[in-house]
Design a protein around this ligand. Structure first.
Ligand SMILES: Nc1ncnc2c1ncn2[C@@H]1O[C@H](COP(=O)(O)OP(=O)(O)OP(=O)(O)O)[C@@H](O)[C@H]1O
Ligand SMILES: [Mg+2]
Length: 238
């Protein structure tokens, strides 16, 4: 479904807003789309989680997460207009994955840069709920016991099966993009998928490639007790 129908319908409130985008107090104008339950928030006094050339992620004092997608090339500005920018892809993927039954962040507001072309600016941002007791699986793996790790791996295999059945490749399939809580529920972030119309050679090659990266990561962080998990992921190869 095109970006404008799948995403826009879910965010019925629209406005034009100037927002501060970084600690240097740089300001930019956005076309803002909000759900009715979206909170009022400001960039000021937020805690910065990460900041690199691709994106900036902050936690607001009210406990919401905001991800700004930075402008990297002039193409990024053009992509906004036909829903092909990184922000559109992440939002569309988020909705698709939620419909597939995966746990993804609840996005409450997003903003697209109005008059893009700001050098060093952002092409957009989105505001989402913070996952409670969020923790990256890689870190969590070192702290939780073996049954909890097995539970996470079983959920991972289940989610991957759903993705494979829907002919979807998670572009950055990595434990860095999964989180978990104290109950060991698996939660996906950095949602950006590629969908394939047919289970053709391209899909099979891309699917196997991303799975190999994940297996590599898992083999460096888990003990022999996790071999069942490794095997179950290997079995998902096409
Ligand atoms: N919904 C969320 N709840 C809690 N923490 C989050 C959430 N979304 C992101 N984070 C935190 O922000 C960090 C970076 O988020 P994310 O993975 O989306 O960015 P990224 O990998 O840097 O993105 P990109 O690959 O697009 O540059 C995560 O590792 C996590 O600690
Ligand atoms: Mg990430």
């Amino acid at each position: 479904m095109p970006f404008f129908t799948s995403v826009l319908n879910q965010f019925p409130e629209h406005s034009l807003k100037v927002r501060t985008i970084n600690q240097s107090r740089q300001r930019q104008c956005f076309i803002v789309h909000r759900k009715p339950q979206a909170p009022q928030w400001q960039e000021e006094n937020a805690h910065e989680i990460k900041n690199d050339e691709i994106s900036r992620v902050i936690e607001t004092p009210e406990g919401y997460i905001v991800k700004y997608i930075k402008q990297r090339t002039w193409h990024d500005n053009l992509r906004i207009f036909w829903g092909a920018s990184k922000i559109s892809a992440e939002l569309r993927s988020c909705i698709f994955l939620q419909n597939l039954g995966l746990r993804v962040p609840a996005v409450l507001e997003y903003g697209m840069a109005f008059i893009p072309g700001h050098l060093w600016g952002v092409t957009g941002y989105y505001l989402m709920e913070k996952h409670p007791a969020a923790d990256i699986v890689k870190h969590h793996f070192h702290h939780c016991d073996q049954p909890a790790r097995q539970k996470i791996l079983a959920q991972l295999v289940h989610d991957l099966q759903r993705l494979r059945d829907a002919r979807c490749v998670y572009r950055d399939l990595s434990f860095r993009n999964m989180m978990t809580d104290d109950e060991g529920e698996l939660f996906w972030i950095d949602t950006n998928i590629r969908r394939y119309a047919k289970a053709n050679q391209k899909f099979i090659a891309d699917w196997n490639k991303t799975l190999k990266v994940l297996l590599q990561e898992l083999s460096t962080m888990s003990e022999s007790a996790e071999h069942d998990g490794l095997r179950a992921i290997q079995d998902l190869m096409l």
